[in-house]
Design a protein around this ligand. Structure first.
Ligand code: GDP
Length: 444
């Protein structure tokens, strides 16, 4: 979602390349570029002013450093200032000393609250919590049912008012939900509340009523990052009307300009705590200002990548594959194993996008079809064990048989086999310590 901003910022650093020293004119020109880049990304004007002011001042005072050239120095300053406006330190959830911890969600209709409730529950489950969802959105006709469906997908209990009991009162439902969680020993309660299409008094009053009734440990304001400048106004209205402890940005996968993400923490003084970037329940994580800044500056987000890899990586299998590579008997079966490991880590394009320097390959990434791996799987599954172990034996007639079996074309089979041999050769070179030829983003 920060693609345009990323591109514009890297453009603005270009003119500094090769300079031995920063002149006043260089600083001014770069500051102007950064200012435009931020404004175009829909960042709120007061935030832009402060940001550019801080960067300018620090660039002027920058010591001539032996380690960094002027362009790198400015990037370092911009990175640090980005982290600051994004909220500084990662803010984590505070759990109550006496469970259950009560988390209340507030925000406009369509912000993604119901989806988020389930995402948050799943995320908490992975940390050995036993969350319960409470359906206190009694405004939107399908909200209760939608929460139940999402809760089921996340494998968590949903507390909802009995159907047929009239409309019901959201405050009582919320209160009863917390009681139920206490009784059934759930240690976190997530309360979904009603939203409206726009800000209105009644909505605020209802949310404030729920807040007073259940005394939440955390009130989270959920906002759609795609609504641009409006996100900041809505955030302010909810801050005045309901109050909250942290912000959750949703739909960061969209192609909006990202200004909301960059303005909200600074404008409201409340930290962004979570980010949601897709419709799948797992498209959700803590918001790390430092990692987000790195992504914006196309310095990559290796920490998130490493965390995802660690969660899913099978070290034994990797060691075996490495051994096979060195001894030269890496087969198509091993190739398939590796591919499946990568698939377990999640979306390949999202993962590749976290590597430093990938900005320049964005178009290829956007065009990459995730189903490619499924096609490769189908092809390899149509081979005999002998063929997988010894791909050299896959001649023309075998290729047409495999094509028929997998429903792919012979050209695709040829391509896969060629690619396998190429990959094997490259990996063998790397295993011998040759390094990665032509890898983008490597220092040099
Ligand atoms: P609520 O009215 O605040 O409860 O919003 P919902 O949870 O019903 O979400 C509204 C729509 O946004 C649904 O179609 C969701 O699938 C979608 N949505 C929610 N979060 C995200 C996200 O992070 N990315 C994308 N692309 N869509 C999302």
């Amino acid at each position: 979602m920060f693609n345009t901003l990323s591109d514009r910022l890297s453009e603005s650093f270009k003119s500094l390349r090769g300079k031995g020293k920063l002149s006043e004119a260089d600083i001014d020109a770069t500051a102007r570029e950064i200012r435009l880049a931020l404004l175009e990304a829909d960042v709120a004007l007061p935030v832009v002013k402060d940001f550019v002011g801080a960067v300018k001042e620090r660039a002027r005072g920058a010591e001539v450093s032996g380690a960094l050239n002027p362009a790198q120095q400015v990037i370092k300053i911009v990175n640090e200032e980005l982290i600051t406006i994004l909220g500084g330190e990662t803010r984590r959830l505070r759990f109550a000393k006496n469970p259950p911890t009560v988390i209340m969600l507030a925000g406009l209709q369509g912000a993604g609250k119901t989806t988020l409730a389930a995402k948050l529950a799943l995320w908490l489950k992975a940390q050995d919590k036993s969350p319960m969802l409470v359906a206190a959105d009694l405004q939107r006709p399908n909200a209760v049912q939608q929460l139940q469906v999402n809760g089921e997908r996340a494998g968590v209990t949903v507390f909802a008012p009995e159907p047929g009991n009239g409309v019901g009162d959201p405050v009582s439902v919320a209160r009863a939900g917390v009681e139920e969680a206490r009784r059934t020993l759930h240690d976190v309660v997530i309360i979904d509340t009603a939203g409206r299409l726009g800000i209105d008094e009644e909505l605020m009053a209802q949310a404030a009523g729920i807040r007073d009734a259940v005394n939440p440990d955390e009130v989270l304001f959920v906002v759609d990052a795609m609504i641009g400048q409006d996100a900041v106004n809505t955030a302010q209205a909810f801050l005045d009307g309901v109050g909250y402890d942290g912000v959750v940005l949703t739909k960061l996968d969209g192609d909006a300009r990202g200004g909301a993400a960059l303005s909200i923490a600074k404008m409201t003084g409340k930290p962004v705590m979570f980010a949601s970037n897709g419709e799948k329940l797992t498209d959700f994580d803590l918001f790390h200002p430092d990692r987000m800044a790195s992504r914006i500056l196309d310095m990559g987000d290796l920490l998130t990548l490493i965390e995802q890899a660690e969660k899913n990586f099978d070290a034994d299998q990797a060691a075996k594959a490495a051994e096979k590579l060195q001894s030269g008997d890496f087969t198509l079966d091993d190739f398939l194993d590796q591919m499946q490991q990568v698939k377990k880590m999640g979306s390949l394009t999202k993962m590749l996008g976290m590597l430093p320097g990938m900005g320049q390959f964005r178009e290829q990434l956007d065009n990459f079809d995730e189903r490619e791996i499924d096609r490769i799987e189908a092809i390899i599954h149509s081979m005999t064990p002998g063929e997988r172990a010894n791909p050299k034996m896959i001649d023309g007639s075998r290729r047409s048989r495999i094509a028929k079996g997998s429903g792919r074309t012979v050209a695709e089979i040829n391509q896969l086999v060629d690619r396998f041999f190429e990959a094997r050769k490259m990996m063998q070179q790397m295993a011998r310590g040759g390094g990665m030829p032509g890898m983008p983003g490597s220092p040099g």
